[in-house]
Design a protein around this ligand. Structure first.
Ligand SMILES: *Cc1c(COP(=O)(O)O)cnc(C)c1O
Length: 399
């Protein structure tokens, strides 16, 4: 189908929440590459927004899914489910958490975590519990997760908020004791703010939050929907900080493209939920769990080490670019294969993304005029060098 016709249908029938999209509709993918209907190919440093961790068309992943499709796709949570039970076991064994709930997206994983915190406060007799989140955060698009997202542009039209949140500036240690109090039932953070512009939190700050949560009896919820599943070079990014959440949420790379989200909790936190407190029709069905099981197994310690090593190489290349083009590059941030290149006011990040697209490279943007790179874990040094060539070309041919 021609792109112009697809665009016409989209504009006529699809809700206009994505505005004007990048001008391509892809037909197939192979490894790092996507191919569009006009016969163009692109190197993909976006990976479906940190989802396609294994790249496109991974043979063994496809075989695992096809095998499950031939057997069974869905039965509902009226019944026990071997795939679901085994994925829960794998996630707990891999992360040290005790219990899992499975939904269909990141926002749903966070909803589960927020409900857990609120019900826990309710059970303790606190009917007016508040939540705390960080400014410049991103936690999803449902009403509760928008309330947790500390960015006015997401929240503005959806007042009053579904839940009451107070917001702390990242790394403002003094505000931690002030804003997290006995009425706080839950604190939700990303260890590296992804959508906000790839801003890592300091270990000192996260430790201060952990300590304060313990003091006041609030649950610490770590949103690892983007940072988890090996993205930063550890299975969970919180491993770097020496801090553990009471609850951690995962999604994105957990399904490698099959929709799935997970809420992991300690035994104590999970004990809040009893029969009837939460649920999901699709959540944890056979197909999604087959994808999740494959991914948890695939992202082993060796793969995490490779991600770390490639991430260091990638980041070093970005620093070199900053040295060569200080007029365009303001900052380099991130960890593993979650990297941000903040541009100076001389070049708009969205414009840069479109230019790179024309040069055959798919990248993302994030807050604070930042280009964001979230490549599949199969990215090679050559791929990174090719991208650097395109960035250099863009900077040298005046923007
Ligand atoms: C993507 C993302 C979400 C939302 O996930 P959806 O699957 O789009 O609902 C939540 N938190 C973080 C940190 C994310 O990156």
């Amino acid at each position: 189908m021609l792109i112009d016709y697809i665009k016409e249908l989209d504009e006529k029938y699809y809700m206009g929440v994505f505005g004007s999209r990048l001008p391509a509709a892809f037909e197939r993918g192979e490894g790092m590459r996507l191919y569009d209907s006009a016969g163009n190919s692109y190197k993909d440093f976006l990976a479906g927004i940190a989802v396609n961790a294994l790249g496109y068309s991974d043979q063994h992943f496809k075989e695992a899914l096809k095998g499950q499709i031939d057997r069974l796709i869905h039965t509902s949570n009226y019944f026990y489910n071997e795939q679901q039970a085994q994925l829960a076991q794998q996630l707990c064994e891999r992360t040290g958490y005790d219990k899992v709930f499975l939904g269909n997206s990141g926002a749903e994983a966070n909803e589960c975590a927020l409900k857990l915190a609120q019900k826990r406060a309710y059970d303790k007799g606190n009917k007016e519990a508040n939540f705390v989140a960080l400014k410049n955060s991103f936690h999803g698009r449902t009403l509760a997760t928008i309330a947790a997202t500390g960015q006015p542009r997401f929240q503005q039209p959806f007042q009053p908020p579904a839940l009451t949140f107070r917001f702390i500036e990242s790394d403002d240690v003094a505000a931690v004791d002030e804003l997290i109090d006995e009425n706080t039932c839950g604190v939700i953070i990303e260890t590296i703010q992804g959508e906000g512009g790839v801003f890592p939190l300091s270990a000192l700050f996260v430790k201060a939050i952990r300590r304060r949560c313990d003091q006041v009896g609030a649950l610490l919820i770590i949103d690892e929907i983007q940072t988890g599943m090996g993205r930063t070079g550890r299975f969970l990014a919180q491993e770097y900080l020496g801090v553990r959440g009471d609850v951690t949420t995962l999604a994105k790379a957990l399904g490698n493209g099959i929709p799935i989200g997970a809420c992991l909790a300690t035994k104590d936190a999970a004990a809040t939920f009893g029969p009837g407190d939460h649920g999901s029709t699709f959540g944890g069905n056979h197909l999604a769990c087959t994808a999740g099981r494959y991914m948890v197994r695939a992202i082993d310690d060796k793969m995490c080490e490779d991600i770390m090593e490639m991430g260091q190489f990638f980041k070093y290349q970005l620093f070199k670019l900053k040295g060569a083009h200080p007029e365009y590059v303001a900052d380099v941030r991130g960890l593993g294969l979650m990297l941000g290149l903040q541009l100076t006011e001389r070049l708009d990040a969205h414009e840069a993304m479109v230019k790179l697209f024309d040069l055959g490279f798919i990248v993302a943007t994030a807050g604070c005029n930042t280009l964001r790179f979230l490549p599949p874990y199969i990215v090679t040094r050559q791929d990174v060098q090719d991208l650097m060539g395109a960035l250099e070309y863009m900077f040298e041919h005046g923007s």
